[in-house]
Design a protein around this ligand. Structure first.
Ligand code: UD1
Length: 339
């Protein structure tokens, strides 16, 4: 069973490729390497013993994308990760985000329709909910005006898949990720941010190891127990496994609608200070951090209602906060050994 993974050398993509191979799929990766490295392909092979196929090109190149799919009509499905993902950058360069994130999806779908490739799993985000009125947030919560262009591209992409599925054979599962963290147990793959990371966990581990001087905690005046913002952190391998379940669900015709939506979180919210305290406890390292102003565009608190994913997908996140943070720290320690 052959599957295309776009963005397969990236953070979530690479962990998903491993789980797919271990689940019996033959994987071909397409990635433009704009935010990842080709060496990830070899590291995947070290973990699974199987080298995934790899082609380097940009999915916003329509001719290349259509040509690729024409030559891979036997694909059982597509898992589409390839996208730009920095919230801050998306506000500064909106056209880059509309261009990259929407054109790649449109050309992929065009090629899928042309070649009767039916199943797509799409990387969406809890960002589509904005600040939800009720917590935990369920998949039925209203989509609110996006706070960033990044978030807007996820909302539009979901709509593009839904509308495309109406008039042809395309089936889709839209996975709304909460905050993925951690790395594979082998420490052969993990998050490799190019430049200064935006996200909390790599910023914490890089500060602890000495790559960054100080961690800024963005705001302690939120309406939360300790005043810092609350998120639902989920281990990247738990997240990766959900993609295999989702793909199998469509291949075996178990989906209940042409397009289904699932939250991928743990159901637990943790504040920034709680994450920092947990990191200090498990690593034994005292973090240099200071409280600063809120980061523009940040929401106050969000965590997932996971019931639908647990019951319908038969999938559940297995790792708790300590285990996840230890996993991220082991990865940072491994990266230090590599240089
Ligand atoms: C956001 C998006 C998510 C998107 C991700 C991509 C929302 C709700 N989430 O995650 O959909 O996929 O970006 O990058 O829009 N923090 C600090 N100091 C730091 C970094 C972060 O205090 O140096 C705090 C943030 O203010 C936030 C929490 O840590 O409260 C998590 O931040 P981050 O890891 O950047 O993820 P989100 O912003 O939640």
């Amino acid at each position: 069973m052959k599957v295309l993974v776009t963005g397969g050398t990236g953070y979530i993509g690479s962990h998903t490729v491993v789980e797919l191979q271990q689940g019996g799929f033959e994987v071909i990766i397409v990635d433009n390497l704009s935010n990842s490295y080709e060496s990830v392909v070899d590291n995947i092979e070290k973990i699974t013993g199987i080298k995934p196929g790899f082609e380097k090109f940009d999915l916003t190149d329509r001719d290349k994308t259509l040509d690729f799919l024409k030559h891979h009509k036997d694909l059982k499905g597509v898992i589409h990760f390839a996208a730009s993902k920095s919230v801050g950058e998306s506000v500064e360069k909106p056209l880059k985000y509309y261009h990259n994130n929407l054109l790649s999806l449109i050309y992929l779908l065009e090629g899928m329709v042309q070649n009767n490739i039916d199943n797509i799993v799409f990387s969406s985000s809890c960002t589509v909910y904005g600040q939800p009125d009720e917590l935990p947030v369920t998949e039925k919560a209203p989509i609110k005006k996006a706070w960033s262009t990044y978030g807007h591209t996820k909302q539009i992409s979901e709509q593009i898949i839904e509308n495309t599925s109406i008039s042809n054979g395309i089936k889709g599962i839209l996975l709304r990720y909460f905050n993925p963290i951690g790395a594979h147990d082998s420490v052969l793959i993990g998050e490799l941010p190019i430049g200064s990371p935006d996200n909390l966990i790599p910023f914490i581990t890089q500060t602890a190891i000495g790559k960054r001087e100080v961690l800024r905690v963005f705001g302690d005046d939120y309406d939360t127990p300790d005043g810092t913002a609350v998120r639902d952190y989920i281990h990247v391998v738990d997240l990766a496994k959900a993609h295999v379940v989702a793909l199998n669900r469509m291949i075996t015709g178990k989906n209940q609608a042409k397009v289904e939506i699932f939250n991928l979180g743990t159901g637990w919210g943790h504040s920034v200070l709680e994450v920092i305290n947990t990191f200090e406890k498990i690593s034994g390292v005292k973090l240099n951090y200071r409280i600063t102003e809120r980061r523009p565009g940040d929401i106050e608190k969000v965590w997932a209602d996971t019931q639908f994913a647990n019951q319908e997908l038969g999938w559940k996140a297995s790792k708790g906060l300590e285990e996840m943070i230890l996993s991220a720290w082991n990865w940072e320690l491994e990266l230090k050994k590599r240089v």
